[in-house]
Design a binder for this molecule. Structure first.
Ligand SMILES: Cc1cc2nc3c(=O)[nH]c(=O)nc-3n(C[C@H](O)[C@H](O)[C@H](O)COP(=O)(O)OP(=O)(O)OC[C@H]3O[C@@H](n4cnc5c(N)ncnc54)[C@H](O)[C@@H]3O)c2cc1C
Length: 301
């Protein structure tokens, strides 16, 4: 059954989910559904599918979600961004999601596409902030059949001048109807504890679901984090740098690292774990099993 994530979070914690991205070609697409078939056995609470920079994957994101919901009956979350789009084209995309039975949307401003340069720019007739997009999604969906998630940044959004402001802006997103927060990847769990505290001080109280990226390739990690603006702490460099040219050792170490990071985050109060599995079954499957065994989902009183 396709659920709203807010209902799942109201019923049980922690949730376990994974993130996919739309592949570039048909071969990648068939590999992707192969991965979904294997991961479906783990009974994820939901699967999310990203939206390419500037809306470049809008059709494939929706097509993938439709297929996962229909063929595997898995709850999906559609990432959706406002960058580089006018109000009319945003409205058309939202209607398409609504009509396709999408019940969960991760509303985002979006990363600027390469032609925009490093800094985001609002287009004429478009929107600027995520909370404006949330209003539009809610208005077009009407009624109740929608759960909205938003992005959170334990180590502060790259363009935000302070941690206090970052939490204040999160509070605005919650006031505009966000049900839960999925975070940017990070590797220092202490920053998550500080994030909980600073959000509560700003009155931003919502289920926080950290995004966890299993480290399988140190050099690719460096470029991935460079692109998404995530900070890699010294410990990660120290552990993974020296074994960068040993793939088997990196995967073994990365698996244990992700298990330790995830269980510690749940102990610190995370509402769930969202695994960035990068369209691969391994090592997410082993990490997932170990973490779920340590923290099986419990019904909420
Ligand atoms: C879990 C997760 C999934 C993601 N998935 C995708 C994806 O699929 N596709 C993609 O392109 N990108 C994705 N991103 C990246 C995301 O779009 C970028 O990080 C983007 O720069 C910020 O998006 P946002 O929704 O947090 O924007 P916003 O909340 O709008 O914030 C954008 C900037 O404006 C500032 N700000 C926010 N509110 C206000 C306000 N009220 N007044 C003044 N300033 C304000 C913030 O500090 C920030 O600097 C994802 C990020 C995360 C964490």
């Amino acid at each position: 059954m396709i659920r709203k994530i807010c209902d799942v979070l109201a019923e049980k914690r922690p949730t376990y989910s994974f993130e996919l991205f739309p592949p570039k070609n048909e071969k990648g697409m068939s590999r992707l559904f192969n991965t979904v078939e294997k991961l479906a056995v783990l009974e994820p609470d939901y699967v999310s599918v990203t939206y390419g920079a500037g809306g470049s994957t809008s059709k494939s994101t929706l097509d993938i979600i439709k297929k996962i919901q229909e063929d595997f009956e898995l709850t999906c979350m559609h990432h959706f961004t406002l960058v580089n789009q006018t109000l009319d084209s945003l409205a058309d995309s939202i209607k398409a999601m609504r009509d396709a039975g999408v019940k969960n949307v991760l509303a985002l401003r979006g990363d600027p596409p390469p032609e925009m340069g490093e800094k985001f720019r609002k287009v004429d007739g478009g929107l600027e902030f995520c909370y404006e997009l949330m209003d539009l999604v809610r208005e077009i969906y009407g009624g109740n059949d929608l759960s909205l998630g938003v992005a959170g940044f334990p180590e502060v959004h790259i363009d935000c001048p302070s941690a206090e402001l970052d939490s204040k802006y999160l509070k605005i997103k919650l006031d505009h109807g966000a049900d839960f927060v999925v975070t940017q990847i990070f590797f220092e769990n202490e920053s998550f504890s500080k994030y909980i505290k600073r959000n509560l001080a700003a009155g931003a109280d919502a289920p926080l679901i950290p995004g966890v990226l299993p480290i399988v390739d140190y050099k690719r990690l460096l470029s991935f984090c460079d692109t998404c603006g995530a900070y890699i702490c010294e410990e990660v460099h120290k552990v993974f740098g020296p074994i960068a040219d040993d793939p088997a050792k990196t995967i073994e170490t990365g698996t244990q690292y992700a298990i330790d990071q995830s269980t510690d985050l749940l102990a610190r109060g995370a509402a769930g774990i969202h695994f960035y599995c990068l369209n691969k079954v391994n090592p997410t499957r082993a990490i997932w099993k170990a973490v779920k065994e340590a923290y099986p989902p419990q019904p909420r009183a």
